[in-house]
Ligand binder design. Sequence first.
Ligand SMILES: Nc1ncnc2c1ncn2[C@@H]1O[C@H](COP(=O)(O)OP(=O)(O)OP(=O)(O)O)[C@@H](O)[C@H]1O
Ligand SMILES: [Mg+2]
Length: 332
Amino acid sequence: MDESLVLKKCGYILGNTLGDGSYGKVKSAYSERLKTNVAVKIINRKKAAADFLEKFLPRELEIQATLSHSNIVKIFKIFETSDGKVFMVMELGVQGDLLEFVKSRGALPEDFARKLFRHLSAAIKYMHDQDIVHRDLKCENLLLDKDFNLKVSDFGFTRRIVYTETGKMELSKTFCGSAAYAAPEVLQGIPYNPKMYDIWSMGVILFVMVCGSMPYDDSNIKRMLRIQKEHRVDFPRSKHVPGECKDIIYKILHPDVKRRLDICSILEHHWLVKHGEASGRHHNRPSTSKAALSSKDDKKDSKTEADAPPAPAKEEEHAGPSSNRIDTDCVT
Ligand SMILES: Nc1ncnc2c1ncn2[C@@H]1O[C@H](COP(=O)(O)OP(=O)(O)OP(=O)(O)O)[C@@H](O)[C@H]1O
Ligand SMILES: [Mg+2]
């Protein structure tokens, strides 16, 4: 059956396309029951790879259903048709994703970046406290609601951490996510602590927010890895990034996992705790630069276990809890 007919039958009027993923697409829709616009991720099982169907999709559906946090995108309903199409109805990121936002507006004012990074940190603390890891944190997977609150999205690589009988964390071995956001241990194929991988990606995201460009040039992974292992973080000279903000980014992007900040230390860092809540003045501020950022359109195949790196992104010299009850049913 035609997608718009399936959705109509379930009370949704299909709208425009919001994004194209590796195994499906995301569309906007109007929910007649909720009387609001929503997003619907439509995945076609027939077009998906076996590991995605057997491993990643079940995790995405199961784990996202258990999460309930104001900075995590809310799932309203999941249903599936007999011809293998899965529909995930979720909260709409009205202002789009963070990559698009930074690409159009340039580097964000410090207060706004702090507000968004606080939201991201709160969501990751909530997940890590439950031993759930995301493993694909990147600007494209962070959505903004109408009030510019950040919502973590795309749980396609999420998993629960498993512990051995002696209480030792079992390290992850699967390469997940995008090279530009991947920690050096992940790029090297070393079994990794997935929480600390999430933390590294958070450092890349914060850099993008305050600089409007990527911290590392991923067109040459070998070179990128060398720079990361030397603990070099080159901030663009054209941007004024306050010292405390540079400090937190530098401590997050530490190649030594044992010395990298964890989520609790991030939340205690001076840059995050010192200042009051962001004023929200960001949308009045004119953009200062156009970011040299990779676009999701450039890398539709990124959701693989060994994905191709996104387009080079180099600039200048450097190289409250919410209700999340889900109805699951099946139509046709
Ligand atoms: N709830 C939403 N509200 C608004 N836009 C959304 C929403 N969910 C997804 N999108 C848009 O669609 C894009 C793809 O969605 P998502 O990341 O969930 O799919 P994916 O198949 O996992 O994609 P990829 O493989 O590229 O990571 C996002 O980057 C975002 O721009
Ligand atoms: Mg995505």
